[in-house]
Design a protein. Structure first.
Length: 148
């Protein structure tokens, strides 16, 4: 019997973003409507909602395929993902004129400016969050689906 381990790895990987991203979109839309935020947040969420779950699933498939040779813990493997996603996302956002880099920070949708001093600790926090998500949630899903 073929147990389809890569399909199960993909499904385990998409579990977290498939649950979290719609909740974030709802929260952002409520903030936009209630607080009248000038930034079109829902437009910025559409692309990540389409890409991030697939990236998580493909990244988990890569973990399954490479773990025998690399022996990298799943948390560390997951923490590497933002190191690839952030530059790729910045490149796409810059080419779509959604993000502009300045001397002191970035400007998002020509309305919201964020300092580089704030971006650095937020990125480090994202690395920690990704590590914990992958170690505990995706690792748990891998064990439940019998591919860990």
């Amino acid at each position: 019997m073929n147990t389809h381990p890569y399909l199960r790895a993909y499904l385990a990987g998409i579990f977290v973003p498939t649950l979290v991203l719609p909740l974030l979109l709802t929260l952002f839309i409520v903030v936009r409507i209630v607080l009248k935020a000038p930034v079109p947040i829902e437009q910025a969420m559409i692309f990540p909602m389409a890409v991030v779950p697939s990236l998580f699933g493909l990244w988990n498939m890569l973990y399954l395929g490479s773990h025998a040779s690399t022996h990298l813990p799943i948390g560390v493997h997951g923490a590497v993902l933002p190191l690839l996603m952030a530059p790729a996302g910045a490149l796409v956002a810059t080419s779509l004129h959604v993000l502009e880099f300045g001397s002191h920070g970035v400007t998002w949708f020509q309305a919201c400016q964020v300092s580089y001093v704030l971006i650095a600790p937020c990125f480090l926090a994202a690395l920690v969050v990704y590590y914990l998500i992958w170690k505990y949630i995706v690792g748990f899903m891998n064990r439940v689906l019998g591919i860990a």
